[in-house]
Design a protein around this ligand. Structure first.
Ligand SMILES: [Zn+2]
Length: 229
């Protein structure tokens, strides 16, 4: 995959997530609230992998760098593989730079409709970082669906660990958001991205089955013990 494709894929996610109109928060939360939610998501997902990585994979969990918020409209935009990060975007930089980042405006726009938005963005991008740590046989053909699945596994796992409070209503809203993503994003290309139902199913599988449910069946059957990168 080229760098351009990686960026495009994440731009699509961002655009799709922004299509969410169902709210579970009233009014516009203060900036501090959003930052706290983002930090909670980061710490919860990271703690999940730190505690559970060895249940699924060999070697040890190495967390990605969390660059966090950036202003894509500013003159000093961070770069990935030498290219400036796109405005109103969120993604995982797959090069050796190995970092996660999200545009502040993107997060704020989505957050107006509910806090689950930022949890989903963080968990989905973290899912891409996890994919990049796995051997090829543990990665699925559709990277976006696997990231959606891992997001479900991460958030449910973090909730069970008590590091993230994510009630069933939020999960339903995330599912709705994924459906609306697929409905409204022009970038969807058959074969590259899942349909709405496929995305919802992927998130639900991760939530209900956990990480092993996000791995290719053959690899899971072998115990998902193949060496990681
Ligand atoms: Zn993605």
């Amino acid at each position: 995959m080229t760098h351009q494709l990686r960026v495009r894929v994440c731009a699509v996610l961002a655009a799709a997530l922004l299509a969410v109109s169902g709210g579970y928060a009233y009014g516009a939360p203060a900036r501090d609230d959003m930052d706290l939610d983002i930090e909670t998501a980061v710490q919860g997902v990271d703690a999940f992998w730190d505690a559970h990585w060895s249940e699924f994979f060999t070697e040890t969990y190495v967390p990605p760098t969390v660059l966090g918020e950036y202003d894509g409209a500013s003159a000093d935009v961070p770069t990935c593989d030498g290219e400036p990060l796109a405005d109103d975007n969120a993604f995982y930089c797959r090069t050796d730079e190995d970092y996660l980042a999200w545009d502040t405006d993107l997060m704020r726009s989505g957050y107006r409709y509910g806090d689950a938005f930022v949890y989903l963005v963080v968990a989905h991008e973290w899912g891409h970082a996890i994919q990049n740590r796995l051997d090829a046989e543990l990665q699925t053909v559709d990277a976006e669906l696997q990231a959606d699945c891992l997001a479900g596994a991460e958030l449910e796992g973090a909730a069970q660990d008590g590091t993230v409070v994510f009630d069933s209503g939020d999960v339903d809203e995330v599912r709705t958001a994924l459906v609306r993503d697929a409905d409204q994003t022009p970038w969807t290309k058959e074969g590259d991205h899942g349909s709405a139902s496929e995305r919802v199913d992927a998130f639900a599988t991760g939530q209900e089955v956990g990480v092993e449910g996000c791995l290719p069946q053959e690899a899971s059957a072998e115990g998902a013990s193949a060496p990681v990168r």
